[in-house]
Design a protein around this ligand. Structure first.
Ligand code: FAD
Length: 287
């Protein structure tokens, strides 16, 4: 099933994001996680595409198995960094042969150990080029990433959003946002998109804050701003990991329920492959 069709029949569309286990970990570990998440009835599960390279084959394998063995719809992430168009064709064919109809088309990030990374001639430099590439093929529903606080590389949010509009116009069916902690940021973003004429469904990306060290990394990677309420959590529970996690779970429940009350079209939950915490949150949202 194409994910774009879910948006017309259901609100919010609930999705989980998982990542493939590292190559030195058995692939079965992710299926244990999925088995534990299954009865939460996500509308689809998306599988990330490893930046490192060696993990990439697992994305297709896991996405295919979710659909076949669990009868849950899937979306495979695909990044164009470091791939020639011919290599991308091979992966896309592989997805098609495995009956995967939904792709999150991304640029990806240059390898961290290559600060002077340059794209090879003929390679795609931005996600909109990958979107166009996939659009030329039959039968795929295409999602893309969106940044309510602008992509970190961009100097001004509006500049990033107008590029986002071009990306959508290249053939995107729906958007999934970067994580954010302040719903007002999301509501402003959504309104800005509508003013710009972008009216594809926008799924809100939610990542729970489960421990003080994780958040530093999240903020560092995403550039998400921290509302005062979240900062207070550090002062109050920073020394007690159990209480901190509980407060983080409550924060995520409240954040999602507020989005649902405000008619969000989709909630994309970054599970971080943590079934227990995901369960505690999802059973408490007003789906
Ligand atoms: P783009 O849309 O290409 O944008 C990247 C930057 O380039 C932006 O600053 C944009 O404003 C700018 N830009 C766009 N077009 C142009 C243009 N024509 N000229 C000049 N500048 C331009 N990464 C992974 O490696 N694997 C994953 O599985 C993965 N999943 C993700 C899922 C979600 C929901 C999100 C939000 C991100 C994910 N990422 C993943 C991270 C993503 O790859 C990075 O954020 C990456 O830096 C940008 O990817 P993009 O597709 O948004 O790029």
């Amino acid at each position: 099933m194409k994910i774009k069709d879910l948006f017309s029949s259901k609100k919010p569309v609930l999705s989980f994001e998982i990542f493939p286990p590292r190559p030195d970990y058995p692939i079965e570990t992710i299926f244990e996680t999925i088995s534990q998440l299954q009865d939460l009835q996500p509308d689809y599960i998306s599988v990330t595409y490893g930046a490192g390279g060696s993990n990439r084959q697992r994305t297709v394998q896991i996405a295919a198995q979710i659909k076949k063995d669990y009868q849950i719809e899937t979306m495979a992430h695909l990044t164009c960094v470091g791939h020639s168009p011919e290599e991308l064709d091979q992966i896309i064919d592989d997805l098609k042969n495995n009956d995967i109809e939904n792709i999150l088309a991304l640029r990806g990030d240059p390898p961290r150990n290559e600060p002077n990374f340059v794209f090879k001639p003929g390679h795609y430099c931005y996600a909109n080029e990958l979107v166009k590439h996939i659009r030329r093929k039959d039968g795929f529903c295409i999602g893309a990433a969106a940044y309510p606080e602008g992509h970190p590389e961009c100097k001004r949010w509006e500049e990033d959003w107008s590029r986002l509009r071009d990306k959508v116009n290249a053939g995107v069916d729906f958007l999934v946002t970067q994580l954010f902690f302040d719903n007002r940021v999301f509501y402003n973003f959504k309104e800005a998109l509508l003013r710009m004429g972008v009216d594809v469904p926008v799924t809100a990306g939610i990542m729970p804050v489960l421990n003080p060290s994780q958040i530093k990394r999240m903020v560092y990677l995403s550039g998400a701003s921290m509302p005062a309420k979240l900062l207070q959590m550090f002062d109050k529970y920073g020394d007690n990991l159990g209480d901190f996690e509980k407060a983080g779970i409550d924060y995520a429940i409240e954040q999602i329920n507020d989005l649902i009350a405000n008619q969000v079209e989709g909630v994309h939950f970054y599970t971080m492959n943590r079934a227990e915490q995901t369960r505690k949150i999802i059973i408490n949202i007003n789906k």
